[in-house]
Design a protein around this ligand. Structure first.
Ligand code: PEP
Ligand code: MG
Length: 589
């Protein structure tokens, strides 16, 4: 049995499918037959040629969209790629040691890493990260299968057994394609409860556990495994007794979920009839469709960065417009809050420049990128404003930290509207703009922010990590980075009260909006708009129907008097049990 963090509730018994990262294995694989050498050299040269043409496209597209400076990094990568020393080292290893191209590439990367590690200057360290980037790019061409990114699905199916993906880490770009595979559980060695892999698992309603240190070394493909996403437990190769017991829990879990989906067409009301808006967080078109199925009344958060993450280069205005239009048309009531690009932190794209920052979550991320790359922002705003004619659309700015930043983006949006008008381009007339309150500085100065915005959306995932100074993706500090904490509830109370005083519409779109114990308090504090992974909507609807407004107000009042997370947790666990013992199963521990 292994302990990690439960990041998506539910229980599943299934067979392991290991996801190896590109160049992730340390074994040096040799070719089975030396006669394969010429073909392997050719395969490598082909991957180099494909990488070169990809980089050339980047240089061209990035100079066009973001300017020549931004394209410098790819010009540097092209130089590395064309370095005869790198290529001849790989050739030599294939020819003399009969290594596969991938193994040879890996050996070369390790020898470079060892050389660079001996050098002190930062400049050379950066250079190593560029070399690694180039090598990974060639590696990805070597391992790319002709059938495209979803090809792994074929390997994944294993008779009738559910498939559990086990990986060291799931990268954002991988997470998107994994979303379409027939996966029943996810286990990773790294990543916290708000990492993209966890968010993806929740949006698909797949049980998931992260932070299971060293699990990759202990499992093989086809091993039986139990994943309990409620309390973060994983059982490797369980005996018959445990398997039978957990299969029973798995069936109960599915039964409850099936029953709950039946409430999809009912309005979301508390037991005494207070109306609540339950909205969906979506990352792509499939999520938009899923949000209709579960009965969301709109999309409260559309994370546009996934379009950029799965794109080889910068998507232009037309492509973005078309994508947003399809998302709007496929969303419940054609109502969508579109968030501008929130890259950086754990979500990086190659075309925006250097990847390595000592503190990426505290660094050049999100709206901060736009102050250097205004064109990127303006192109996105133009595409959203144009697409907004097809529905009821609002625009949301992530990571606003200061009033100055907000005034600056507001000015850019105003200028963009003026330009569209001047050009005679049609766009939606009544598009509201809002601020994501997810940096404590903005939450503390909420009064000033509210004077300059139409609405706010509280991003509790980031707000919590910044408030408690604990990385949302680091399992070691996961006990700190979670919502049932007195500081969080006090700050949320300040923000919600300010919104109530000024009559500003407010939504909470972090993961706590889908967690029953937190919802009891938030509803009691007067929050009426919750945006969450679509899979949680039926649960939260059922929960609200079992509690009265006065009851929840009492809970909130009591929680605000408590001083430790432990007291809050045990108080709310008892209240949840009273309100609905069936729903406990669908909460995280
Ligand atoms: C948040 O920070 O709470 C949020 C909803 O955004 P993301 O998880 O994409 O950072
Ligand atoms: Mg955020």
């Amino acid at each position: 049995m292994r302990k990690g963090i439960g990041v998506s509730p539910g229980v599943v018994v299934g067979v392991v499918h290991r996801v190896e990262s590109v160049l992730g294995s340390l074994e040096q694989e040799a070719l089975e037959d030396p006669g394969q050498v010429p073909a392997e050299v050719e395969r490598f040269d082909q991957a180099v040629a494909e990488s070169a043409s990809e980089l050339e496209t980047f240089v061209q597209k990035v100079s066009q969209e973001l300017g020549d400076n931004a394209a410098e990094i790819f010009k540097g990568h092209l130089q590395i790629l064309n370095d005869p020393a790198l290529l001849s080292k790989v050739h030599e290893l294939i020819e003399t040691k009969h290594l596969t191209a991938l193994a040879a590439l890996q050996a070369v990367m390790q020898s470079y890493a060892a050389q660079f590690a001996r050098i002190e200057q930062d400049f050379f360290r950066e250079r190593m990260s560029d070399v690694r980037d180039v090598i990974l790019r060639i590696g990805s061409h070597l391992t790319r299968k002709p059938a495209g990114p979803h090809d792994a699905a074929g390997d994944c199916r294993n008779g009738e057994e559910s498939v559990i993906l086990v990986a060291h880490e799931i990268l954002p770009s991988q997470a998107m394609s994994l979303g379409e595979l027939p996966i029943a559980g996810i286990v990773t060695e790294v990543g916290g409860s708000t990492s993209h892999a966890a968010i993806l698992a929740r949006s698909r309603g797949i049980p998931a556990v992260s932070g299971v240190d060293g699990v990759m070394a202990d499992v093989g493909n086809g091993d039986l495994m139990i994943v309990d996403g409620r309390d973060g437990m994983v059982i490797l190769r369980p005996d018959q007794e445990a398997t039978a017991a957990y299969r029973k829990v798995q069936r109960e879990f599915f039964d409850i979920k099936d029953r709950l989906v039946a409430n999809r067409d009912l309005p979301a009301l508390s037991a005494d009839g207070t109306r609540v808006e339950l909205l969906a967080n979506i990352n792509n078109l499939a999520d938009a469709q899923a949000s209709q199925t579960v009965g969301a009344t709109g999309v409260g958060l559309f994370r546009t960065e996934y379009l950029f993450l799965t794109h080889l280069d910068v998507p232009g205005e037309e492509e973005q417009y078309e994508y947003y239009r399809r998302i709007i048309l496929n969303s419940p009531n054609q109502t969508v809050t579109i968030r501008t690009l929130d890259l950086g932190g754990d979500k990086t794209v190659p075309y925006l420049g250097r990847r390595s920052e000592p503190n990426p979550f505290m660094g050049w991320r999100s709206t901060r990128i736009f102050f250097e790359n205004a064109k990127l922002f303006i192109t996105q705003i133009r595409a959203i404003l144009r697409a907004s004619r097809h529905g009821r659309v609002s625009i949301l700015f992530p990571m606003i930290t200061t009033l100055e930043e907000l005034l600056h983006v507001n000015t850019l949006v105003k200028e963009t509207r003026d330009n569209l008008r001047r050009e005679g381009v049609a766009f939606g007339a009544d598009v509201k703009t809002g601020v994501m309150v997810e940096v404590p500085a903005a939450a503390i100065c909420i009064d000033a922010i509210l004077r300059e915005t139409d609405f706010i959306s509280i991003g509790s995932n980031d707000l919590i990590q910044y408030l408690v100074a604990a990385d949302r993706d680091n399992p070691k500090v996961a006990h700190l980075c979670e919502p049932l904490n007195p500081a969080i509830f006090r700050l949320l109370h300040t923000v919600l009260s300010a919104c109530q005083r000024t009559g500003t519409p407010v939504t909470l779109c972090g993961e706590m909006a889908g967690q029953p114990r937190s919802v009891l308090v938030l509803f009691g504090m007067g929050l009426r708009r919750f945006s969450m992974s679509p899979a949680f909507i039926p649960t939260i609807k059922a929960l609200l129907a079992s509690v009265t407004t006065a009851q929840a107000e009492r809970y909130a009042h009591h929680v605000l008097q408590l001083n430790t997370s432990e007291e809050i947790r045990s108080y709310l666990t008892a209240r949840l049990h009273e309100v609905s013992s069936t729903l406990e199963m669908l909460d995280r521990a």
